[in-house]
Design a binder for this molecule. Sequence first.
Ligand code: ACO
Length: 365
Amino acid sequence: MDQVKKGLEGVVALDTQISFIDGVQGILRYRGIEIEKLADLSYDAVSYLLIYGKIPDAGELKPFSMELIKERDVHPHLLDMLKFCDFEHEFLDALRTAISVCAHFDEDLNDISEQANVRKAIRLIARFPTLVAAFYRMANGLEVISPDPSLSHGANFLYMLRGALPTALEAQAMEKDFILSAEHELNPSTFALRITASTLSDMHSAVISGLCTLKGSLHGGAREGVMDMLDDIGSADNIAAYVQEHLEHKQRIMGFGHRVYKTYDPRARIYRDIAMQVATEKGKSHWFDLAREIESVMYHEMVENKHKPIYPNVDFYSGVLYKDLDIPSYMATSIFAIGRISGWIAHFMEQYADNRVIRPRAHFV
Ligand code: ACO
């Protein structure tokens, strides 16, 4: 038996054509294209790229977007059934239940042909934002708002959330958020999804595996942790004490560090830019300024204590952006999932296309 690699650190589990990460140089590419370039496209175009392997031309993108728009509505009975969900905490539990219920309404549920998988994929990508926005409205005693077919994926989500049109910059920020969250190679939730897919289970089941894994505070749950941390710290005077106390007690500072990136996460840089633009448009830079200061204190604390510096990851400035978009922290992980769904779908398809059941061994002690 080979040596055990705790946390499978450094283990290469499979070949993929979906994304590439260079954790030393801070490079991320989806299907060979730099994340910096992709961040300026639409979420629909990036979803197409992830699923079909190429950036769509206008003739390919339009029908794909039309399909997504057509599938945005969720059955009213589904929302009625979900009213019993616990909306006191992160919506991820409600989303997991919703996808499980959606499976029962899906006529293609147990059809695992490629065509059926594409139909299910479109429905899942289209409905995640509708569900999460509906939870927010239900949790706050507000009427659920139907999707607006004239709006982009990101603009429509903010519209369904607020009942008012977002500004052009807010809509653009939401699109970027979904794009930056869409895909990240064999992160824990994607790996969990691929294990489920490798047993030839269905797409909804695999996505639920992904959701359950995304929830944890060391993975997607860190975004909520960042937002709560910003509230806890409150003002720049409190940063040094907060960071020092956490590091002394070997507690994690949320939104910092990464298993793969040993340098700045390229997504964090793009989030930082768009968060700054939104803060400037709104004339409220409190959270952004606080975050910049936390980043600086964190860097100096690590270096002064002879550790390697730890940089912000994808969850740090996305948490700041959500605060400036007036999104509550209890929605953060679910919104992450709205973006991640298209990457999950791509991995599901890739696993199916060349499958071998994923079944490692354990070392008995
Ligand atoms: N705060 C304080 N110290 C940290 C942090 C952090 N956020 N991250 C890593 N470290 C320290 C560890 O204490 C450890 O120090 P030591 O060598 O003195 O014991 C060293 O850096 C290496 O950390 P590991 O835990 O070995 O790194 P690992 O690859 O296992 O963990 C992880 C990566 C889980 C992301 C970690 O950095 C972390 O817990 N970060 C905070 C949670 C977070 O932001 N998660 C989101 C990640 S991105 C995503 O999943 C979407």
